[in-house]
Design a protein around this ligand. Sequence first.
Ligand code: MG
Length: 395
Amino acid sequence: MRAVSVIIPAAGSSRRFREGAENRLAAKLYAPINGRPLMTYTLAAFDALPQVREVIVAVEPGSLKRFRKEVLAQHRFKKPIVTVPGGRTRAESVWNALKRTSPKTTYVCIHDAARPLIKTRWFQHLLKNLNGADGVVLGQSVVPTVKVFQPGTGKIKRTLDRTQLFEAQTPQIIKKSALLKSYETLGDRAFRATDDAALIEAIGGEMKAVLHSEPNLKVTTYQDLILVRSLMNQNRSLRFGLGFDRHQLVSKRPFYLGGVRIPSPVGPMGHSDGDLLLHAITDAILGAIGAGDIGDFFSDRDKRWRNARSECFVTAALKMAAGKGFRPAQVDATIVLERPKLGTKKKAVQARVAKLLNLSSDNVSIKAKTAEGLGPEGLSLAASCQALVVLTSNE
Ligand code: MG
């Protein structure tokens, strides 16, 4: 298996995007699609590929903090993601990343951060078609009639033969040594290239085209973003599940909430650890797929679950949901208890639940309220929790 280093130029100015965006400060690579920044879709595709050794992203230095906060910290990637400073041009960004690739790398794959519709099978298809060439380019047949004219006079010179034309896109997989050589040979000229394959062509290398016909939009304008959003959601369906749990509070029991230990003189009584938040979430997941409730699968008479940490119930419910083609998209929970006050622990609970469900923390909401002295919660005899879980079908 070839180990490929992926290079993602992500230092564009978003100038044309801002003109149409509602928010004038918008940067296209951070524009939300189903609650996640656009760029995370691009990175996730490469993260899932076994042939990828590392992912190197060229980020404009002024955006580095934002990239770390909104992309790296919120979404867990399995592969190392390295950042390098973006250059003044796309080709300069690629050059900065190229220099940073592992010395063991023989092939690099370059892909525009702004093409989030990338499919992992395109990458496999490109690899298969390398066959000794210096590189392969993903592209699409040109459908419209293309003519050459004289700017100024408007005089048409000729009509091009469509069968010999294609639109170059990314990904492009290129032999690292050839790309290095092209930058060294072309010098400053290299930094003006708008496409990586052109560099290899300029030094007489052999590049091949691999054509496909699926949407591979490069988000440039705000309209492109709207189109990408609708393409991503065309086959998506949502399921909703509601969960509820209530536990008696007794002394000498640890208080686990969302898997986080809360300092407290009392804790929920229960066969397992009594984590009412995770029980409500488990029930909500099961509810969303019509699979029954937590008691159907994890009986409180079963010794296996005695004092069990409740993460295992959530994980099992997620597995059942995945079997039906669904994964979590959002959680909203309300915990009702008089004491202990959750206050500062809410953030830790939110982070833990997000991690457990593989969600970014802004798709997990943990709210707490008292019962104002009324009922078992109000008298501090119990704590309860309601949770809504939204599941989405896998794309
Ligand atoms: Mg329970």
